[in-house]
Design a protein around this ligand. Structure first.
Ligand code: ADP
Ligand code: RBF
Ligand code: MG
Length: 146
């Protein structure tokens, strides 16, 4: 279990789910619903890159538990910053073009470059299981309706 840090105030972001490099599902087995680049404007100026968790709705349906990276994906040397939520829910289909709303409530760790893809995948699985447990407890469960 990770040692989380609650945010001083929840951070809300929304936008239309856009296409990325298609790596989440294919390379990592962990799909992420990328927010448009434009949505970065919604982040507070002092917001640090990293791995966070919270709640998400898709076309008004949810909330679902989610874990998100906010940053540069150092493992893949991306040249632009992305916000990429993975929802802890099994969807029958892709939902590109849907409206996604997220509320970020806590911080899990910094972004990192690992020795191997397997290590990155293991770390992301630990992020997911930690978020799943944390979001059942206060103060994070309370923000479900934030
Ligand atoms: P891309 O690089 O285009 O974002 P991904 O493999 O990361 O490719 O994700 C593809 C898509 O998978 C997302 O945009 C979303 O429509 C869909 N998807 C299916 N299940 C999930 C999930 N549990 N969490 C996030 N996205 C999901
Ligand atoms: N990318 C990294 O380069 N380093 C990371 O530490 C990292 N952690 C992530 C944690 C979570 C919970 C998620 C959903 C993504 C993370 N990513 C990380 C981003 C990942 O590389 C990206 O979603 C895929 O490359 C698909 O775009
Ligand atoms: Mg993605």
């Amino acid at each position: 279990m990770r040692e989380p840090r609650a945010l001083e105030a929840p951070v809300r972001m929304s936008g239309e789910v856009v296409k990325g490099f298609g790596r989440g599902s294919k390379v990592l087995g962990i799909p992420t619903a990328n927010l448009p680049h434009d949505a970065l404007k919604q982040l507070p100026r002092s917001f640090e890159t990293g791995i966070y968790f919270g709640w998400a709705t898709v076309d008004g349906v949810g909330p679902y538990k989610m874990v998100t990276s906010v940053g540069w994906n150092p493992q893949f040397a991306n040249t632009s910053m992305t916000v990429e939520p993975h929802l802890l829910h099994s969807f029958p289909d892709d939902f590109y073009g849907s409206s996604i709303k997220i509320v970020i409530v806590g911080h899990l760790r910094a972004e990192a470059k690992f020795e191997s893809l397997e290590s990155l995948i293991d770390e992301i699985h630990l992020d997911i299981s930690s978020a799943g447990e944390l979001l059942d407890c206060e103060p994070y469960s309370f923000l479900r309706s934030a």
